[in-house]
Design a protein. Structure first.
Length: 133
């Protein structure tokens, strides 16, 4: 049987998308794959800019620009930190990230627990991409 989560990667070891998938719980794995597919479909060049890091983070950078989306993979949630693309939020699904937190161009936070949450978050991601922070 394949080991679900590695204890800890050695310093300097390459972290992959699949490492992050293995870290989260089973219900979030499909959502994480779907999120990645949808983000990469925004621009063919985003695949080269995808950065998987230690700390269960996946960053997406606009080619030649700044990060517009960071995905924090947690055990039972997926948290998006994204640029403010100006998308209207009447349902208040996005929280403002205070400037004191030092997230620079990443101004909004959305927590994804379900496929419905991902569906609701996609217009915010698309707007963050188009805004080109």
């Amino acid at each position: 049987q394949q080991r679900q989560v590695r204890a800890k990667k050695a310093a300097g070891a390459i972290v992959t998308f699949e490492d992050h998938v293995a870290y989260t719980d089973t219900p979030r794995r499909k959502i994480l794959h779907d999120l990645r597919r949808r983000v990469l479909s925004l621009d063919d060049r985003l695949q080269q800019s995808e950065q998987c890091t230690h700390g269960q983070r996946i960053a997406y950078k606009i080619p030649g620009g700044k990060i517009f989306l960071e995905v924090k993979v947690q055990k039972a949630a997926i948290v998006l930190h994204l640029a403010d693309g100006g998308y209207p939020d009447p349902a208040s699904i996005a929280d403002n990230i205070p400037p004191s937190h030092g997230w620079r161009q990443l101004k909004k936070r959305i927590t994804i627990l379900s496929e419905a949450d991902l569906q609701a978050a996609m217009p915010f991601i698309e707007a963050a991409y188009r805004a080109r922070p």
